[in-house]
Design a protein around this ligand. Structure first.
Ligand code: NAP
Length: 250
């Protein structure tokens, strides 16, 4: 472990779930590298609210492999290695098959897989050069990996792919004492879900859970924080549902 609390890289920490994850780790005395895509100012504002010291902000467009390499090296250099990686950044863009042109379909698949799956795979490759025994990787997947995403099929595929990727890594990295897990939230109150959670659609979405609500970013962050803990080593390979029983799988 790096001196002065673990070093944690959270992708997509400029808002939403990533910002809540950054706050959860900082609150437990860890030092956080807050990655952002385009919203540097927002990431700086999250940084300003974090307790503790030694946190940094670093940007990278996740469809750009060289930008990812520079970002990861910058964070690892500043934090003295990386003990925990949270692959959280993602996009959720509608592209129902019946409603898109072939060009729009190509674009949606390329961009969604490029950010959500290949971007996460590239961040992981770069981080593994800086991660030692006791390391943790937590991937933020989705209920959609299992339930299907009728209007966002590339999103569903990217999140199922992220789980398969993480489980392959869990098998590969166990001998290095690195544990790899995933969370699979249902809808969460963030910018990404704002449209779906407004008006009649929001009422229906909340009604999918017997609890009558969706998750807060802090509830997802708490699950990520647990999976990244030293106590969770034997959870390697697991997927933790955070969907309020809105979708149950065996
Ligand atoms: N909200 C939900 O209902 C829900 C449900 C299940 C799973 N999830 C998953 O949870 C994760 C976080 O979602 P959220 O709701 O917090 O989303 P959000 O509020 O839309 O935030 C998305 C984050 O990802 C970053 N990002 C997006 N595209 C990027 C790109 N091309 N390159 C680099 N960074 C990029 C954004 O950075 P900038 O803003 O700086 O550009 C931002 O920090 C995602 O993986 C999402 O799929 C969300």
């Amino acid at each position: 472990m790096s001196p002065g609390g673990r070093a944690v890289l959270v992708t997509g920490a400029s808002r939403g779930i990533g910002a809540a994850v950054a706050r959860a780790f900082a609150a437990s005395g860890e030092r956080v590298g807050l990655h952002y895509g385009s919203r540097r100012e927002a990431a700086m504002q999250v940084l300003a609210t974090l307790p503790g010291a030694g946190h940094i902000v670093a940007g990278a467009e996740l469809t750009d492999p060289e930008a990812i390499r520079s970002m990861v090296d910058e964070v690892a250099g500043a934090l003295g290695g990386i003990d925990v990686l949270v692959n959280n950044a993602g996009v959720f863009e509608p592209h129902a098959a019946a409603e898109t042109t072939y060009e729009e379909w190509q674009q949606a698949w390329q961009h969604t897989l490029g950010v959500n799956l290949i971007g996460a795979a590239n961040v992981t490759w770069c981080v593994l050069r800086h991660m030692g025994a006791g390391g943790r990787i937590v991937n933020v997947s989705s209920r959609g990996a299992f339930r299907g995403e009728p209007n966002h099929p590339a999103y569903g595929a990217s999140k199922a792919g992220l789980i398969a990727f993480g489980q392959s890594l869990a098998r590969a990295l166990g001998e290095r004492r690195i544990a790899v897990t995933a969370v699979a939230p249902g809808f969460v109150e963030t910018d990404m879900a704002a449209e779906e959670l407004t008006g009649e659609s929001g009422r229906r979405r909340r009604g999918e859970s017997p609890l009558g609500r969706v998750a807060t970013p802090e509830e997802v962050a708490a699950a990520v924080h647990y999976l990244a803990s030293p106590e969770a080593e034997l959870a390697s390979g697991a997927v933790l549902d955070v969907n309020g029983a809105s979708y149950l799988r065996l």
